[in-house]
Structures are given as structure tokens and as C-alpha cells.
Design a binder for this molecule. Structure first.
Ligand code: C2O
Ligand code: CU
Ligand code: CU
Length: 509
């Protein structure tokens, strides 16, 4: 282990904290844990906030007669977190922004107003809509003070499910999402899922300084992917969730963290996964835990039995601790201690199970299966982190097939209406969750083994030093968009490529 610099030693002494360590290049791993929710200092490796207020739901806006028109004001603002004032970013003064509820076939019109000091834009993560013009176009730039009218037309067969929106301006995506800019989008089920109650849980993280302002990410955090000291559910620290025994709730969970993985557990309760991302399973799957990489969503049924339990994120090693040779002494981010996200109290409802009284879960549509499809092209994407520039203080190179993002270059040209097979190879020591806009991916092979179920995701985690194989049907739309690592700092550092899907039947040039 390299000696700790004097500056860090002073910091450690002042805080009385172990575990804040410095890398060889003089990089401080953490921001100062100065924010004190509920008047208590945040002890970073064993953070458990007191149970807060009841879990709130974000405000909702629903479509009517096929249309939802909303204005999203992206701006800094004062909010309360853990009983204290904080200054964060938010849409319409909230964190998270409003939940947008639409139906397949609807038109969603969003006026984005930029009240930030930096350029921004809007991405509707997971929606199967056009990537062009004023639809889900990641190349749009909305300057400070300007506004932009987006319009998304959902096809009539758009899959129901949970999606989300967030900014996507290259180099600023991590900071803006981390700052508080995100919200859920729900495409309603054609046939309702019978539950006692539905909740949206947008999980995010951020770091605040002692004054309650957003802490700046360090160089090291931007390399690893910043993970916040506070992990929030709908903007709340450890909110209270009350259920009565026998009730069946539907939890729609978004991992809106810029880089943190959420390995979620809710011990003592019956958990059934309806689906992940836009992929709905034919039958709900009984699970003990759910791993959500940044950007992933879970559609979860919780059937409650009496008792008190916690929704926890238990440690997941995404490889970043090992990367610097254990210099940071563990306890950092999602690989460190578990985090209590919410306290769930299930009261005795007295007499029979309410879930039994609910109608049976409707059978879901049989998902498309590309395992038997004709594959038109096979490609390999190699995710690499170059150490080259690092010791010179230039940070690391984050590349896909050896190249950093260049918005003016097309990396992958695809013929519309074809099925492709992509091998995603991660040569680095850190996980990279690959996300493709507009077209979901069917995971067909994981670490060399065939997947024996139909698994559709729009963020596919590729664990360190391993490979995944996916198939994609490039149907419905044509145009240019992006694929990237959804550790948003990696995306901002260049781990993103441009894909151009050419209209079906038009020759590739
Ligand atoms: Cu959730 Cu390209 O992003
Ligand atoms: Cu996306
Ligand atoms: Cu990455």
C-alpha cells in the first residue's frame, strides 16, 4: 500500500473516519461526508438513516384521449432531504420529477425548459419511439434559458411497462442525473394487474456537502462512476412503507443512480418479478433478490406477511474496488456496506389473505423470441478501459472497440428490419452495463452459457472480464442514436457509440 499523503491524513484525522483513502495519483476517493440528515453525521460505511416519513409518490400526469402534454422545467431548487434543506436539481421543483402515465398509441409532448447553467436535453429511456427530429433524439442540445418541444409517438403495440426520462447531454449526463434530474414513465397495461396498491419507487443517490449543496465529483469518482452517500427513494431517506398482511402490492422500481448497482432484498416477503425493463415474463417469477444495474427497472409484486422488514441494497462488487488494488479499503459505494432504503411495516389485517381474494394475475403476451431468428449480421463490441493517460493525470480512456465517443462519426450501420447478434466483451476489471436506445436486446448467452428463458432488457450488465451475447430486432424505426455504458460517468468519458439504422430495404452505403 502506498503511503497516504499528508493532506489525506489530515482529512482522516479531522473526520475520525477510516476508509477514506487516496490513490497513487493523488486522487481523493470521496467527497467530505458533511451532510447531516436528521441531525446525524453520515457514517459512510454503515449508513442507516432513521425511519423517515411515509413514502411519498411523485406527482403524476396521465394522458387523456391519446395525448399527454407536459412541461418539464429543469432547474436547481431547494428541497428537504432527511429533515434538512438541500439544494439540488430537479424537474418541476421535485426530485424525482412527475411520473408520466401513457398508453400504447399515445402522443407524448414534452416542453423541456432549461433553467440550468449548462446545456441539457431529454431522453426517454427504453421507449420504443423514433430517435429522430424532435422525438427521442440524443443529439438535441438545449442551451441554458432555452426550451425545446419534444414529441414522442408511441406505436400501438408499444410494450407496457416502466420507463424513465433523464438528461443525456454528453459530458454532463452523470452530473445532471446525480443532481436530481429523473422521473418515471409508465406505459399502462392493456389489462390491469390486480393488486391492492401500486407504488413507484425511483431510487437515486447523491452526495451533499455540509451546507446541503451538491458535492462535486472528484476525478476518481468520475473514473469509477460516482456513487452518492445518500441513497433516496422518491427523494426520501429511509421512508416508511405500511402494508397490511395479505395485501399484494406492485412496486415499479427505477434504478436512477448514475453508477450505483442495486442488489435489492426485502426479506420475509414474497417477491415475484413481473418483468425487467420493458421485458415482461409470461409468468411472474419468484425471486429472493433483484439486481438492477444503473438504468434497469423492476416490475415487482410484493405479497406481504406480517412483520417489520427493510428494503435493502446489499453489497454488489462491480469491480471498482479491486481496480485500484484495494486502496480504498472497501466500504465504498455498492460494494461496501448495505444500505437501508425503506422500512416496511406489515400490520396484521385480521382474518384471511387479501391476495387470495384478488383476481388471478392475467397471463402476459408471449414475448418475441429471437433465438430461432435469422441473424443478418454479427458484431462484437469490446468495452475497454485504458490506463494510459491515467498517471499523467489525464484520466482513463473509456472506449468501445478502441474508440471514444464522437457524435460526428457513425460507428455501427445497421439495415432496418433485420436481426443482429452482438457479442459484448468486457476486457476491463469493472462491470459495464450496456444500454441501447430505442431497440431492446434479448440476452441469449451469458458468460458462455445459453440463456434458457426469454429475457429482454434495454440495459444489459456485462460483468468484468466476461462476455454477453444479445440479439436485437431493428424494427419500427430508422435513424441515428446511441449505445453506451449506463455508468453515466463512463458514458461521459467516452464509452458510447453512434448507431445508424437505415430504413428497411435501402442499401447500406
Ligand atoms: Cu438511460 Cu442513453 O440512457
Ligand atoms: Cu436510454
Ligand atoms: Cu462502464
Amino acid at each position: 500500500m502506498k503511503p497516504i499523503s499528508r493532506r489525506t491524513a489530515v482529512t482522516l484525522g479531522g473526520l475520525g473516519l477510516a476508509g477514506t483513502v487516496i490513490g497513487g495519483a493523488g486522487l481523493l476517493w470521496t467527497a467530505q461526508p458533511g451532510f447531516t440528515p436528521f441531525g446525524e453525521p453520515v457514517a459512510r460505511s454503515s449508513f442507516r438513516a432513521k425511519t423517515g416519513e411515509p413514502l411519498r409518490q411523485p406527482t403524476e400526469q396521465s394522458s387523456r384521449d391519446g395525448v399527454l402534454e407536459v412541461t418539464l422545467d429543469a432547474a436547481p431548487g431547494r428541497i428537504r432531504i432527511g429533515g434538512r434543506n438541500a439544494t439540488t436539481l430537479g424537474y418541476n421543483g421535485g426530485l424525482p420529477g412527475p411520473t408520466l402515465r401513457v398508453l400504447a398509441g399515445d402522443r407524448l409532448a414534452v416542453t423541456l425548459r432549461n433553467g440550468l447553467d449548462d446545456p441539457t436535453n431529454l431522453h426517454t429511456h427504453g421507449l420504443h419511439v423514433s430517435p429522430e427530429g424532435n422525438s427521442d433524439n440524443p443529439f438535441v442540445v438545449v442551451e441554458p434559458g432555452d426550451s425545446f418541444d419534444y414529441e414522442y409517438r408511441l406505436p400501438a403495440d408499444h410494450p407496457p411497462g416502466l420507463y424513465w426520462y433523464h438528461p443525456h447531454h454528453h459530458t454532463l449526463a452523470a452530473a445532471q442525473v446525480f443532481g436530481g434530474l429523473y422521473g418515471a414513465i409508465i406505459v399502462e397495461d392493456p389489462q390491469p394487474i390486480p393488486v391492492s396498491r401500486e407504488r413507484v419507487l425511483v431510487i437515486s443517490d447523491l452526495t451533499l456537502d455540509a451546507a446541503g449543496s451538491l458535492a462535486r465529483a472528484t476525478v476518481a469518482e468520475r473514473m469509477h462512476g460516482r456513487e452518492g452517500e445518500l441513497v433516496l427513494v422518491n427523494g426520501q431517506l429511509n421512508p416508511a412503507v405500511d402494508i397490511r398482511s395479505g395485501e399484494r402490492e406492485r412496486w415499479r422500481i427505477v434504478n436512477a443512480c448514475a453508477s450505483r448497482y442495486l442488489r435489492l432484498r426485502l426479506d420475509g416477503q414474497k417477491l415475484q418479478l413481473l418483468g425487467l425493463d420493458s421485458g415482461r415474463f409470461e409468468k411472474p417469477e419468484k425471486v429472493e433478490e433483484v439486481l438492477l444495474a444503473p438504468g434497469n427497472r423492476a416490475d415487482l409484486l410484493v405479497t406481504a406477511s406480517e412483520g417489520t422488514t427493510t428494503l435493502r441494497a446489499v453489497p454488489y462488487d462491480r469491480g471498482d474496488d479491486g481496480m485500484m488494488g484495494g486502496m480504498m479499503g472497501g466500504g465504498r459505494g455498492s460494494a461496501g456496506a448495505e444500505v437501508t432504503l425503506a422500512t416496511v411495516t406489515v400490520a396484521d389485517a385480521g382474518g384471511g389473505s387479501k391476495a387470495d381474494a384478488l383476481p388471478a394475475l392475467p397471463r402476459q403476451a408471449t414475448p418475441r423470441d429471437l433465438r430461432g431468428a435469422t441473424v443478418t449480421a454479427r458484431r462484437e463490441f469490446v468495452f475497454e478501459m485504458g490506463m494510459a493517460g491515467m498517471m499523467g493525470g489525464g484520466g482513463m480512456g473509456f472506449t468501445i472497440n478502441g474508440r471514444e465517443f464522437d457524435g460526428g462519426r457513425v460507428d455501427t450501420t445497421v439495415q432496418g428490419d433485420t436481426v443482429e447478434e452482438w457479442t459484448l466483451t468486457n476486457t476491463s476489471q469493472m462491470d459495464h452495463p450496456l444500454h441501447l436506445h430505442v431497440w431492446p436486446m434479448q440476452v441469449v448467452e451469458r458468460g458462455g452459457r445459453a440463456v434458457d428463458s426469454v429475457l429482454w432488457q434495454d440495459v444489459v450488465n456485462v460483468p468484468a472480464r466476461s462476455a454477453m451475447r444479445v440479439r436485437i430486432a431493428f424494427t419500427g424505426f430508422a435513424g441515428k442514436t446511441v449505445y453506451h455504458c449506463h455508468i453515466l460517468d463512463h458514458e461521459d468519458n467516452g464509452m458510447m457509440g453512434v448507431i445508424d439504422v437505415r430504413p428497411a430495404g435501402q442499401p447500406l452505403t
